[in-house]
Design a protein around this ligand. Structure first.
Ligand SMILES: NC(=O)c1ccc[n+]([C@@H]2O[C@H](COP(=O)([O-])OP(=O)(O)OC[C@H]3O[C@@H](n4cnc5c(N)ncnc54)[C@H](OP(=O)(O)O)[C@@H]3O)[C@@H](O)[C@H]2O)c1
Length: 411
C-alpha cells in the first residue's frame, strides 16, 4: 500500500514562483474547485486526493496503483491547465517532481515540517496543510489512507518545531515583503489599500499596525472579514465589488486573495489612480498573481512580489540550515514508524467484517445446524445457551483484532 502514495508537485525549487500559478487549479469559487477536483479524481482513477496550493508550491497527493509515468504526468497537467505550452510539456519532468511510495511520504513530512519551504521554519504551512486536508476530507476526496499520512506528517512537524530551533527568529513571506515596503520610505500617512482579508493580509495588517501606518482601507469579497481587519487598523472597509467605484486614490496597494485570475486589471488600476501619475507601491503576494502583468509593465510602480523575496529568504536559510539537519533526524523516525501504522490500518479494514461473520456463524448454529436440539431446550437452558453464545461472540471478535495488532507491533 505504501507504494500507492503518489505526489505530483511544482515547488519554488523547480521553477519561479509566478509559474507555479500555471499548475494550480483555476476556479471561480469553492463549488467549482470541488467539482474540478472530483473530475480529476475520477478521470485519473485516484482512490484518494489531497490538493494543497500555497505561495511556494502546489501539491497533489493521491493514492492510486497507477504508475506516475510521463504520459500520466502530461495528461494530468493538460487536464489542470489546457493552456500550458508545448515548451513547458517539453521539459515538464524538470518542473514537476513525481514522487512515489516512501519518497512521497518523506516529501509530505518535509513540507509539513517546513524544511522544504522557501522560508525554512515558517509555520504557516501547517495551517495551510490542515485547511487543505479538512477541505478534501469534507468533500470526500481524501479518505483514511491520506488521513493517516496527514496525521503522521503533522505529528512529525510538531516534533520538529518543538525539538529544534528551526522556527526561531520567525520570518515569513509577509515579514520579508514588509521589510521591502519599509525600504521604499512610504510615509506613515500614505493611503494604503488592502485587497483581500485572508490570513496573509491579516498578517500584513498586523505589521502595518506595528509600523504605525495610519491610513488603511480594506476591500474583501465578503464584508465580515474586511470589517474585522479594518477594525484592527482603524480604517474603512468595503466589499470587493465596490473597488471600481473607489475614487479616493492610493499610494500603496497590497493585493493578496485566493482568486486564480487577475483581480487588479489594467482598467481597474487606471480607475484607482484617478489620474495620479506619481510612483505607487504595489505588493502582490498571491499565487497565481492577482495584479495583471500589463499593470506592472505599463505603470510607474515599485513592485514587490514573492519571487523578488527569494534572495532575502536565502539569507534566512543559511541561519536555519544547521537545524534542518537536526529536523531530518526527527523526520526519519516518523517515516520509519509509518509502514506499521499503514499495516494496522489495512488490518482494521480487513477485520471490519469479523463481527458480522462471527454473528452469522452464531445465528447459523442456532437456526440451522443445531435447530432441532435448541427447540428441545427448556426456557432456562435456552437462556443459558444464549448467554454463553453472546459471551463467546464478544470474545471471538476481540481475539483476532488483538492477535493481529500484536503481530503488527512485533514487525
Ligand atoms: N498564507 C501564507 O503564508 C501566504 C504567504 C504568501 C502568499 N500567500 C498567497 O496569498 C493568497 C491568499 O492566501 P491566504 O492564506 O491569505 O488565503 P485565505 O486565508 O484562504 O484567504 C483568502 C482570501 O482571498 C479571498 N478570495 C478567495 N477567492 C476569491 C476570489 N475568487 N475573488 C476574490 N477574493 C477571493 C477571500 O475572501 P473571503 O473572505 O470572501 O472568502 C479571502 O479574503 C494565496 O494566493 C496564497 O498562496 C499565502
Amino acid at each position: 500500500m505504501l507504494a500507492n502514495y503518489k505526489i505530483l508537485t511544482v515547488t519554488h525549487k523547480s521553477t519561479n514562483l509566478k509559474s507555479i500559478g500555471d499548475f494550480v487549479i483555476k476556479a471561480a469559487d469553492e463549488a467549482e474547485l470541488k467539482s474540478r477536483l472530483e473530475a480529476i479524481k475520477s478521470q485519473f482513477q485516484l482512490d484518494e486526493l489531497l490538493y494543497l496550493p500555497t505561495c511556494n508550491r502546489v501539491m497533489y497527493l493521491f493514492t492510486t496503483s497507477r504508475p506516475l509515468d510521463q504520459r500520466f504526468i502530461s495528461s494530468f497537467f493538460k487536464h489542470i491547465n489546457p493552456n500550458l505550452s508545448d515548451t513547458t510539456f517539453g521539459h515538464i519532468d524538470e518542473i514537476v517532481d513525481a514522487l512515489e511510495g516512501a519518497a512521497a511520504l518523506e516529501h509530505l513530512l518535509d513540507v509539513a515540517a517546513s524544511v522544504d519551504s522557501l522560508v525554512i521554519g515558517e509555520r504557516q504551512i501547517l495551517r495551510q496543510l490542515r485547511e487543505a486536508f479538512e477541505q478534501c476530507w469534507q468533500w470526500s476526496l481524501a479518505g483514511h489512507f491520506i488521513r493517516l499520512a496527514y496525521q503522521q506528517a503533522v505529528a512529525a512537524a510538531k516534533a520538529v518545531y518543538s525539538n529544534t530551533r528551526i522556527g526561531e527568529k520567525p520570518v515569513s513571506i509577509v515579514s520579508l515583503a514588509i521589510q521591502k515596503l519599509l525600504k521604499t520610505k512610504l510615509s506613515k500617512s500614505a493611503r494604503i489599500l488592502l485587497i483581500g482579508a485572508g490570513q496573509t493580509n491579516q498578517l500584513v495588517g498586523k505589521f502595518l499596525l506595528k509600523h504605525a501606518f495610519t491610513n488603511v482601507v480594506v476591500f474583501n469579497r465578503s464584508l465580515g472579514k474586511a470589517k474585522e481587519l479594518a477594525g484592527m487598523l482603524d480604517g474603512e472597509s468595503f466589499t470587493l465589488d465596490l473597488l471600481p467605484s473607489y475614487t479616493a486614490g492610493f499610494d500603496c496597494l497590497v493585493v493578496c486573495t485566493g482568486a486564480t485570475d487577475s483581480v487588479i486589471t489594467p482598467e481597474l488600476y487606471t480607475t484607482l489612480l484617478q489620474g495620479d501619475s506619481s510612483r505607487k507601491v504595489v505588493i502582490d503576494l498571491s499565487v497565481p498573481h492577482n495584479v495583471a502583468e500589463a499593470v506592472v509593465e505599463n505603470n510607474n510602480i515599485h513592485y514587490i512580489e514573492i519571487e523578488g523575496l527569494r534572495n532575502m529568504a536565502q539569507v534566512n536559510l543559511s541561519f536555519r540550515e544547521r537545524e534542518v539537519k537536526h529536523a531530518r533526524n526527527i523526520l526519519i523516525q516518523y517515516l520509519q514508524e509509518f509502514p506499521a501504522l499503514l499495516k494496522q490500518r489495512q488490518l482494521e479494514l480487513a477485520m471490519h467484517r469479523v463481527p458480522t461473520e462471527i454473528k452469522a456463524v452464531k445465528d447459523k448454529a442456532i437456526n440451522e445446524v443445531f435447530r432441532k436440539e435448541v427447540e428441545m431446550l427448556d426456557g432456562q437452558s435456552r437462556e443459558l445457551m444464549e448467554k454463553m453464545l453472546a459471551y463467546m461472540e464478544k470474545k471471538c471478535i476481540g481475539i483476532p483484532m488483538r492477535v493481529a495488532r500484536e503481530a503488527v507491533l512485533a514487525g
